[in-house]
Design a protein around this ligand. Structure first.
Ligand code: PLP
Length: 396
């Protein structure tokens, strides 16, 4: 049972690097030039950087000139969610920040609005934004009189439950209120279709390591001229059209670009494959433990993600037992210390603390196979059966 073959089902935390991305990193590492240098080596590095920019733009429905490379999505979101972000038509500063109740810590803790200028938009029991509440919150701001545009930050898909937000409805309400929309598209890329130009977002944040690029590379992609930075994200040598200084991380950027190209090409086939696996895994979990709860089950969800809890079982116990069985999973809310934390996502969805403490997430990705899923189901059953027997004895 504890076979040597590991089963990696934690793609939402970080995906294995795609072969095309590893090749692109290796090629970039061979290039000595600085993209800002004028000699041949510098121009070659600049050429690679601009090809990568085009690939990222094409895969997301944006324009090359609107791509700003960053160290990841956390940096991208920190940079975007600032009061001094400038709407093309509006006043100098944004008045308030509205965020979804299930946003990632990079949004919740990464913005720099004052606490009393920040508001949380409620979600329903499936983790989906309540559109009428967003509409009301924006209307109340207009009613305040001293109106300056608000900034709304919403994730397209949740990293824990996979719940997908109704972006078209959100964009319509935000636009009608004259507000600005920033979308955390980190978990959506490569899993569901996305087109920045048609999205209604003013900018998005993406992260290379979530779709098979190297860790530590991400990007902001602006949707044309709707918004711009009030000041450079990092000041210095003026790289990235003076928006983010510092010599670019060419290997990371080239790897991310190769990965996003592949991810975009494979997205629809992957969605079909992964939905079959998710359906199979969820049916299997329910066959092993009939009282298991699958979170956000009634929402549109990422096809690769399932988050479930079995009453009476703690996530830590399950994760350790499954790790011993050769399976890598996360609790939805694993924090940076490696400990299992309480999920603010499940809290916001009104899930009881006992159930929330048991939540574990299964997420498939580009290199998952049918055999992986079969082996996963078998090992899950073998690992869970004795744990469930002990639980049932305790309850008897
Ligand atoms: N937003 C979401 C929804 C995420 O899942 C993550 C990563 O877990 C981030 C933002 C942060 O991305 P990064 O790891 O590139 O900083």
């Amino acid at each position: 049972m504890n076979g040597a073959r590991r089963l990696y089902f934690d793609h939402n935390a970080s995906a294995p690097v795609r072969p095309a991305a590893a090749d692109a990193v290796a090629r970039a590492l061979q290039m000595p030039g600085n993209p800002s240098s004028v000699h041949g080596e510098g121009r070659a590095a600049r050429g690679l950087l601009e090809i990568a920019r085009r690939q990222v733009a094409e895969a997301t429905g944006g324009q090359s000139r609107d791509v700003v490379f960053t160290s990841g999505a956390t940096e991208a979101l920190n940079a975007l969610l600032r009061p001094e972000l400038q709407p093309a038509t509006g006043p100098e500063r944004l008045s308030r920040l509205l965020i979804g109740a299930t946003e990632h810590a990079a949004v919740r803790d990464g913005h720099s609005f004052a606490a009393d200028a920040t508001q949380t938009v409620p979600i329903d029991e499936n983790g989906v934004i309540v559109i009428s509440a967003l509409e009301k919150a924006l209307a109340a701001l207009r009613g305040d009189g001293a109106f300056a545009p608000a900034l709304v930050a919403i994730q397209l898909a949740n990293n824990e439950t996979g719940a997908i937000q109704p972006l078209a409805d959100i964009a319509r309400v935000v636009e009608a209120a004259g507000a600005v929309l920033v979308v955390d598209a980190v978990q959506a890329i490569g899993k569901i279709p996305f087109d920045l130009a048609a999205s209604g977002a003013s900018a998005i944040a993406i992260s290379g390591h979530k779709f098979g690029g190297p860790k530590g590379a991400g990007a902001i992609i602006f949707n044309g001229e709707r918004i711009r930075f009030g000041r450079a994200l990092i000041a210095g040598g003026g790289q990235e059209l003076r928006r983010r200084s510092g010599t670019e991380n060419l290997p990371g950027i080239a790897g991310m670009a190769a990965a996003i190209s592949d991810a975009a090409k494979e997205q629809s086939a992957f969605a079909v494959r992964s939905l079959v696996w998710r359906t199979r895994i969820e049916a299997h979990v329910l066959a092993i433990a009939g009282d298991a709860i699958i979170f956000a089950r009634d929402a549109a969800r990422l096809p690769n993600t399932t988050l479930f809890s079995i009453p009476g079982l703690k996530a830590e116990t399950l994760l350790m037992a499954l790790d011993l069985a050769g399976i890598a999973l996360s609790s939805g809310a694993a924090c940076s210390s490696g400990k299992v934390g309480r999920s603010h996502v499940l809290d916001a969805m009104g899930v009881t603390p006992d159930l929330a403490d048991g939540a574990i997430r299964v997420s498939t990705g580009w290199n998952t196979t049918d055999l992986d899923v079969s082996d996963f189901c078998e090992r899950l059953q073998n690992a869970l059966t004795p744990i469930l027997q002990r639980r049932n004895q305790r309850a008897a």
